[in-house]
Write a protein that binds this ligand. Structure first.
Ligand SMILES: O=C(O)CCC(=O)C(=O)O
Length: 317
């Protein structure tokens, strides 16, 4: 199991007591448990194994880490991301930035015209809580998001801590959900292709994606922690429950997950980079900047098939 940096191991001033940090690096936690700024790295240059290990450890401990003012190019973003594993294509349904950068997904608010909240055709520009690509068998392990164009006001991103969400449920509710399995699907969210896809190519890709099953409570593959693994964007229902039961349990979990104590909010500045553990967080991009433009580049590191409590339990002899 990998060791994770925790808020207790760091200080919010320069000179962290964490002796494992590379020289000149410090970690500034943003809340009691979730989110930290890593000061010191230059993501535009090759990192040493020690530096990569320090970022990974901070990621496991804080679940989302931030780097200020990096201004990295798409190629540098891809190179940095590769330090943490194999990359996925930009998205199962959407193309990449260009032929040189098939791993870079462009999130441009101008592709989703119309102001606040839900956008054209009833679709949204990530202003809905979600964990990335949980409609696939192997959702990404992590996501690296680089700010390219930030509106003057608004456009923050919020992350919620899925492990703390599990840990703060009462034991009877934990017991109730520990062995449940949920259905995740891209349809609904990406239905806009029906009206927005003259060639039919994206609709064709959508039709190849069948719903997948994931445990409601996921065991983190590196830390062994239990976390909720459902989100209101891609989770459709809980297997074996009536629609009323499924909706009630999922809505309870969603509401609990995004209570303010479990959320960190990031105010972007030009050149910032965020890296989140997609196995332990959900996120939400606030669409509160009217018709201003906001552009982000996203790269995702491949992940494994989620395992649940039942998968991890020892087999009875
Ligand atoms: O644009 C953002 O701030 C978040 C992006 C996002 O939600 C995503 O990549 O899934």
């Amino acid at each position: 199991m990998t060791t994770a940096a925790t808020p207790e191991q760091t200080t919010d001033t320069l000179g962290s007591p964490d002796e494992d940090l590379p020289t000149g690096w410090t970690i500034e936690p943003l809340t009691g448990t979730l989110g930290a700024i890593i000061h010191g790295p230059d993501l535009a240059v090759a990192l040493s194994a020690h530096q990569v290990g320090a970022i990974r450890s901070a990621l496991l401990g804080f679940r989302v880490v931030f780097f200020r003012g990096q201004h990295i190019s798409p190629t540098q973003q891809v190179t940095f991301a590769r330090d943490f594993g194999q990359l996925t294509p930009a998205h199962p349904l959407l193309g990449g930035l260009d032929d040189e950068h098939p791993e870079v997904l462009v999130l441009d608010s101008s592709d989703y015209p119309l102001g606040v909240g839900s956008r054209a055709n009833g679709t949204s520009y990530n202003n809905r809580w979600h964990t990335d690509v949980t409609f696939s068998e192997r959702p990404p392990m992590g996501t690296i998001l680089a700010a390219r164009l930030i509106p003057e006001r608004g456009g923050d991103t919020l992350w919620a801590d899925l492990i703390d969400a599990y840990n703060t449920l009462s034991p009877p509710v934990q017991h109730l959900i520990d062995d449940l399995v949920a259905v995740h699907s891209a349809s609904g969210t990406f239905d806009r292709f029906r009206s927005d896809d003259p060639s039919g190519e994206q609709q064709q890709r959508l039709s190849t994606l069948t719903p997948v099953h994931h445990p409601v409570v996921r065991i983190h593959p590196e830390t062994g922690e239990r976390g909720l693994f459902v989100n209101e964007t891609f989770t459709q229902s809980v297997v074996g429950l009536s629609p009323t039961e499924s909706d009630a349990i999922l809505n309870l979990l969603y509401a609990h997950t995004v209570e303010p104590e479990r959320v960190v909010r990031w105010k972007w500045r030009d050149g910032d980079v965020a890296f989140w553990d997609n196995r332990a967080t959900a996120h939400y991009a606030a669409a509160d900047y009217g018709d201003h433009r906001r552009v982000m580049h996203r790269v995702t590191v491949a992940g494994e098939r989620p395992t649940g409590v039942a998968d991890a339990a020892p087999v009875a002899g």
